[in-house]
Write a protein that binds this ligand. Sequence first.
Ligand code: PLZ
Length: 448
Amino acid sequence: MTAPQPSAGLVQRRHLVTELPGPRSRELAARRAAAVSAGVNVALPVFIAAAGGGVLLDVDGNSLIDLGSGIAVTSVGNAAPAVVAAVQEQVECFTHTCFMVTPYEPYLAVCEELARLTPGGHEKRSALFNSGAEAVENAVKVARHATGRAAVVVVDHAYHGRTNLTMALTAAAMPYKHRFGPFAPEVYRVPTSYPLRDPPGMSGAQAAARALSLIERQVGAEALACVVIEPIQGEGGFIVPAPGFLPTIAQWCAEHGVLFVADEIQTGFCRTGDWFACEHEGVIPDLITTGKAIAGGLPLAALTGRAELMDAVHVGGLGGTYGGNPVACAAALASIATMREHDLAGAARRIEAIATPALAALAAQCPAVAQVRGRGAMLALELIEPTTAAPDPALTAQVAHACHRAGVVVLTCGSDANVIRLLPPLIISPDLLTEGLDVLTHAVLHSG
Ligand code: PLZ
């Protein structure tokens, strides 16, 4: 399978012409401080002028390797030619009508694709939104409406968004919840499966039993509308649950009339080597939220679910001014076509095949690397202080900064901010990926 061509004109290489951030970026950072809320953080204060394929070109002329995809969004590449063409074509026809006022076909076509691509052969319906958080909120609305129950269960290290309800679903106080309460009620949190930190040998089924016994004792199935869960946890640390954890939870949900909601906003659309991460263990969610990579960089998110649940909602109960904007839908159709035509799930598996041995070799040399984990092109290193095994957020920040200074964009994550995560565009060339991994390896070996 050939990779799609990155956008014309941007050479796919790392090339630094100034220190990072360069003078022009520093000027803009000063303007930023005077105009943008300090509450909006920036990982790397390098201002971007253009981007294409797997590189970011900054305002000083530096070309950086992108191993973050704008947090798992530009999986088809940045400014992917097919997305750019579809957006241009749509934007010249019309930019907005509001689907709730006068509808248009691209919205339908996206919902048809979601019905085809998401796990399970059952009849499905979708609704489109602007952001992942909005999709998750609507999943809870539908689950409560369809079941007539109020309680929602989430797990440790969960991340589901920054709106009031999704803050309640999100685990970490810092930075997401600190002094932003009170939070929505009827949200209950149980332990997840975290193989590195669970008792040695704990199976997925045992971790699920630990969670389910708490749910049964402290919530009760008859009060519970849904369990909301990321099949591989994103912001919380790229935590891959032990095999059996997700199927056991899903099975219990099915037996108790509780809806299993998969939040695949970060894992979905080929990132983990399948269209959706749930497929890896054959789990079929009742409701699934998607976003990020669905539209190749335009804001779009979706809630897809069993037809009888999604259609149970009263007419007018779901919606929003911009949800399923026609330009974002055109971008989504082009992104999905690109993923299908170029087998980007296979591309994610090939990225794993290149990156995992390199990261494992690094771990073998460096006792601070407690674990290499992830699946497909969603890979991570958890860093610890080797003598105490305590999480090492300071080392993690140093490693990320060293990569950034060298022109490689990596992100961090984890409830303890001690995980380096890799989310390269799925169309990244093997050479660029290998160069990025070399820079990361050097940064880990020379930090601390
Ligand atoms: N669910 C699983 O990963 C967004 C958040 C970045 P929105 N993750 C990146 C930040 O610090 O705000 C995310 C996710 C999962 C929901 C969301 C929320 O998606 O599009 O950011 O609202």
